[in-house]
Design a protein around this ligand. Structure first.
Ligand SMILES: Cc1cc2nc3c(=O)[nH]c(=O)nc-3n(C[C@H](O)[C@H](O)[C@H](O)COP(=O)(O)O)c2cc1C
Length: 209
């Protein structure tokens, strides 16, 4: 069932699944069925990538089936993320292969492509009633050591995956954040047709007269 909590409301309508995707901190303990996990990562594999390299790799730890990996990923996170991420049924790491396989040269687009794959994964997850919360608050070195990640590969982000839970289960502070209205920059702040406008001019153009 689609997550109806804190759906993003934009002036311009977008696909419902995009508006429903959010980064929750409250998770239900309900395990993620293996078939749903497969679908989520199959969705990641559908993303476009430079030279078709598919530089993304994912490390997954599920509380129910791979608790040691779960603990290893959790331990790499900052305390501020651990406090809520520990209740998610599944933790993951997105990893970029930093060189092209066809010639060994550096792949400057590897992280871009990993981000695309993870965005696609998150949308598929939302469609299945799951949610993903990506995090930069982790130590790549801890992950590298815990999972013997080779030098040519770089942990990009960690994330939680699971069915959203009751915001009331969160500690003070996080509970309010969970339900705080979600906002986005207006298109005029990031969409420049024809030329790169100075921000000041842009604001002037937008000012009420
Ligand atoms: C690369 C990346 C790193 C993030 N790092 C963290 C983090 O360390 N801790 C956290 O609570 N949220 C983190 N977030 C979640 C963002 O705060 C969240 O996506 C943003 O506020 C928009 O909210 P929404 O995803 O619900 O639309 C991160 C998101 C991304 C994409």
């Amino acid at each position: 069932m689609a997550d109806s909590t804190n759906v993003l409301a934009l002036e311009t309508p977008i696909l419902p699944v995009l508006a429903q995707r959010r980064s929750p901190r409250a998770y239900s303990p309900q395990p993620v069925p293996p078939e749903a996990l497969r679908q989520v990562f199959a969705a990641a594999s559908s993303a476009a990538s430079c030279f078709g390299e598919q530089p993304w790799r994912y490390l997954v730890g599920a509380q129910a089936t791979s608790p040691e990996a779960f603990a290893g990923i959790l331990a790499s996170m900052g305390e501020f993320n651990q406090v809520w991420a520990k209740n998610a049924p599944v933790l993951g790491v997105s990893i970029a292969k930093l060189t092209f396989s066809h010639d060994g040269n550096p792949n400057a687009w590897a992280r871009h492509d990993v981000g695309q794959a993870t965005a696609t994964l998150a949308i598929q997850a939302t469609e299945l009633g799951l949610q993903v919360h990506q995090m930069a608050g982790f130590s790549p070195d801890k992950l590298r050591a815990a999972f013997s990640i080779p030098a040519d590969y770089e942990p990009v982000a960690v994330f939680t995956l699971g069915y959203p839970g009751d915001p009331a289960s969160l500690p003070d502070g996080l509970r309010e954040k969970e339900l705080a209205p979600r906002t986005r920059k207006p298109l005029a702040e990031f969409l420049f047709e024809g030329a790169w406008p100075g921000l000041a001019e842009e604001r002037y153009d937008q000012a009420p007269v």
